[in-house]
Design a protein around this ligand. Structure first.
Ligand SMILES: [Zn+2]
Length: 465
């Protein structure tokens, strides 16, 4: 790795990320008053000021603001070479909410540096991205290596489903032009030992399932056996979606054919990662994964649908629970979808399956929330595969790896549809235990440095091809 990148990370990036972590820039979905609270603006201001301070040659910076929408930090860097092939780089500055379970002395807005990791909310997901983008370009310019014309788009609505992005995309389309290469730095890595390229993302449908059986709660001794529990009805409805004993989603509309190339890559990833595939999760003692076969686990979290209940209402906390047959149960459902399943139609299907023929005449509604389609990378061109391998060998001493990710980045779906010709490097620092969205999120600084060096190499390879 060029020492300049590592040094720049230590001198200029880490101190700024420390400040960024202190800002509770929660995504609009988790901070409805984000505009008056001003935290998102503070995060954008911090990043924009940093970029101005460390501006690269010819850089133009604009904080674009459409009325009623979260801002976008937009940078344009002209080519420093003969290459006129456009590149688009992407990241975001909005954050997930706090979550509980942070270790003593740490917290979401309390940056802590320990063991080469920077703990705190948003450092890895995805605050580091804008800094890494500029660091890579700066290194190329200093080393007199080529890069093409680059747009860097940093949004502030990603953790809310990127709802503001299409509008910005329309406004900025002429300036972004037709990118031949898209580099997204909001994804994961299977380990911290090599470069990982994300080949797919899952889609997501969520919403609130409400089961109402009574207009008010009644004595459960009086009513149970006559009035069915709204919770049991919710169980029956969930059983329509997935089998409780296996977790397998039943309806074919939520499944997709797994491309053979991706199945083969999953097998290779399983060989490289071994049991770390499941051991990276904080299982309670004795906990086991859903399946024994490691390649199947990779495919489960990348190409197969699975359901999670992520929230509930209508249930009192244990200390306040009397013997009451409650009037209603509300569950937040989160159904992950294979990369190629259209989320809008899946949401309609899900609603129909849940609401049809309600047991015992209960009042059942499913209010769809967010529906975001996944993304499947186009076939990599030879120059890109070679560039990824060369970069990974140069900075990690190991070849590049390819794997799907389980999460959803709606922007990638949008971009994939917009630019079917583009090549994609979707990567990131969300490796084992980095725990984005959970407590104790950390940024692996050593990995981020090497990744930045890899990104620089890929930019140079693209410009020089
Ligand atoms: Zn993210």
């Amino acid at each position: 790795m060029p020492t300049s990148i590592a040094q720049f990370w230590d001198d200029a990036i880490v101190p700024s990320l420390v400040e960024y972590i202190k800002i509770p820039a929660k995504s609009p979905h988790f901070d409805k008053a984000w505009a008056s609270n001003g935290h998102i603006d503070a995060a954008v201001e911090l990043a924009a000021n940093w970029c101005r301070k460390h501006a690269v040659a010819g850089m133009k910076l604009e904080v674009v603001r459409l009325p009623g929408r979260t801002p976008v930090l937009f940078l344009e860097i002209p080519s420093n070479s003969a290459s006129e092939k456009n590149v688009l780089m992407y990241g975001h500055l909005d954050k997930q909410p706090e979550m509980v379970g942070w270790r003593d002395g740490t917290g979401p807005w309390t940056p802590v540096l320990a063991d080469g990791k920077l703990y705190g909310r948003g450092g890895a997901d995805d605050g580091y991205a804008v800094f890494a983008c500029l660091a890579a370009i700066k290194a190329l310019q200093e080393e007199k290596r080529p890069h093409g014309p680059i747009s860097i788009l940093i949004e502030c609505c990603e953790e809310s489903g990127s709802g503001d992005l299409p509008a910005y995309f329309e406004v900025l389309a002429k300036r972004i032009q037709n990118p031949e290469l898209v580099i997204g730095l909001d994804s994961g890595c299977g380990n911290y030992d090599q470069l990982w390229s994300t080949t797919s993302l899952r889609g997501l449908v969520n919403g609130v399932l409400t089961v109402e059986v009574l207009t008010e709660g009644v004595h459960s001794g009086d009513a149970s056996g006559v009035v069915s529990s709204s919770f049991r009805i919710a169980r029956m409805l969930l059983e329509r979606i997935d089998a409780a004993d296996t977790g397998i989603v039943k309806h074919s509309a939520f499944h997709a054919q797994i491309p053979p190339e991706r199945a083969a890559q999953a097998k290779r990833a399983a060989e490289v990662l071994g049991e770390e595939i499941w051991r990276k999760f904080p299982f309670t003692p004795g906990g086991q994964p859903m399946q024994a076969d490691l390649a199947d686990l990779v495919l489960n979290r990348t190409w197969r649908p699975f359901l999670a209940v992520t929230g509930a209402d209508g249930l009192p906390a244990p200390a306040n629970a009397g013997n009451v047959l409650r009037p209603a149960t509300r569950l937040v459902l989160s159904l992950r979808l294979p990369p190629t399943v259209k989320a809008e139609s899946a949401a309609k299907q899900l609603k129909a399956i849940l609401e049809t023929d309600p047991p015992y005449g209960a009042r059942v509604t499913f209010e769809s929330g967010h529906a975001g389609s996944g993304w499947h990378a186009p076939q990599s061109k030879e120059w890109l595969s070679k560039a990824l391998d060369a970069a990974s060998m140069a900075h990690f001493g190991k070849p590049a790896m390819y794997m799907g990710e389980g999460g959803t980045i709606p922007f990638m779906g949008m971009l994939g549809a917009q630019y079917p010709q583009a090549q994609f490097l979707i990567t990131g620092v969300l490796g084992p235990h980095s725990n984005a969205h959970g407590p104790n999120e950390f940024l692996h600084i050593g990995y981020a440095k090497r990744l930045t060096a890899c990104v620089a190499d890929v930019l140079a390879a693209h410009a020089g091809k």
